[in-house]
Design a binder for this molecule. Structure first.
Ligand SMILES: [Zn+2]
Length: 251
């Protein structure tokens, strides 16, 4: 199965210029506008806040393979290491207890509805972060916030990371997004990573919100109108609609 994934990736990469009618189109993003940057981009102190503003591109939301050396390398390492990627098996392997387990179990019960192979957008950003810091050397998180213009034609995509295995306060992303909402933009989705942590089942690519994630989702749905919360590990993504945020334990 994993070999098939890699072969499909190579195949798609080979026909980027003219994907056939049945091939998922490839995607990429242009250079971003850097808002804040400090530290070593490839080191543990590398902080980056940037934004892309682009015309919406349907290829981002398909399942094509991104134009991304970073993603190609990430995928080759997933295959080479032979790690477990089945999102339900990963959730079931977690030793989480209490409310965290309740949240994990909720996603397992809705997996058929909420979990899909990662889309081109998620794969592009995972590749982007993997090129900053190799996932299999030091797993790190990033957060992205996607807003759509009032006329529906344009996207604003914030990207934030501190090159750590967590993102800390999310205000560097949520505050500009709230300012945009006041200007008529809508928060389509907030996405962050739960990277693979081979050998650490509590953290290993877990596609369910942590308690803090669930609390943020509910709060930001209320204050910013966030419509969906996505968590990706680069192979699969859970996409939780705002209507379901209230089902998760928040403390
Ligand atoms: Zn999280």
């Amino acid at each position: 199965m994993k070999r098939v994934l890699l072969a499909a990736g190579l195949l798609l990469a080979g026909c980027q210029a003219a994907p056939g009618p049945t091939a998922a189109a490839s995607c990429s993003l242009p250079a971003a506008t850097v808002l804040e940057q400090s530290g070593d981009p490839h080191g543990a102190n590398g902080r980056l806040l940037q934004v892309w503003e682009i015309a919406d591109d349907p290829a981002l939301w398909g399942e094509g393979t991104p134009v991304s050396e970073g993603y190609r390398d990430f995928l080759s390492k997933v295959v080479a290491t032979g790690i477990e990627t089945d999102p339900v098996k990963l959730l079931q392997a977690s030793p989480a207890t209490g409310n965290l387990k309740i949240n994990n179990d909720l996603v397992v019960s809705r997996a058929a509805e909420w979990i899909r192979p990662a889309g081109c957008f998620e794969k592009y950003l995972v590749g982007y972060q993997h090129a900053r810091i190799d996932t299999f050397v030091a797993p790190t998180e990033f957060m992205a916030m996607v807003l759509r213009s009032a006329d529906g034609a344009r996207l604003r995509i914030y990207f934030y990371t501190i090159n750590q295995d967590g993102i800390g306060r999310v205000s560097p992303v949520s505050e500009p997004a709230l300012a945009d909402v006041k200007q008529g933009w809508r928060v389509v989705l907030g996405m962050h990573t739960h990277a693979f942590h081979p050998g650490q089942p509590m953290l290993d690519g877990i596609l369910a919100p942590s308690i803090a994630d669930a609390d943020f989702n509910a709060n930001f749905s209320e204050s910013g109108g966030m419509q969906s919360a996505w968590i990706t590990n680069g192979i699969h993504t859970v996409r939780i609609p705002a209507e379901a945020f209230g089902l998760f334990r928040r403390e």
